[in-house]
Design a protein around this ligand. Sequence first.
Ligand SMILES: [Zn+2]
Ligand SMILES: [Zn+2]
Length: 96
Amino acid sequence: MKPIKHRPKVRRWKEETSQGEAWCYSVYCQCGQEFDEHYAKQLADNDRLRHLSEVAPPPAERCRDPKRHRCQPHDRCPVCADQLPLPGFEGLEATV
Ligand SMILES: [Zn+2]
Ligand SMILES: [Zn+2]
């Protein structure tokens, strides 16, 4: 199975409110997760960052060289994940 890549983005649209037109913001991600709508972009941006931290794989599986592997730092990178643990990192999982 191909791993899902998370690329949450903030989208915005105009909505009629009792105060007139207002911008609405919400995050969408191709994983299909639903996010709340906000009138403040900052809040939507918080959702985006929270989602990224929620979906990030264990540090050992994250890409250590995102530019070269064409990954994002929060992606599980097949190249990096299959490498042996760095010296000093062995057995870390057992303590979790
Ligand atoms: Zn996602
Ligand atoms: Zn990598």
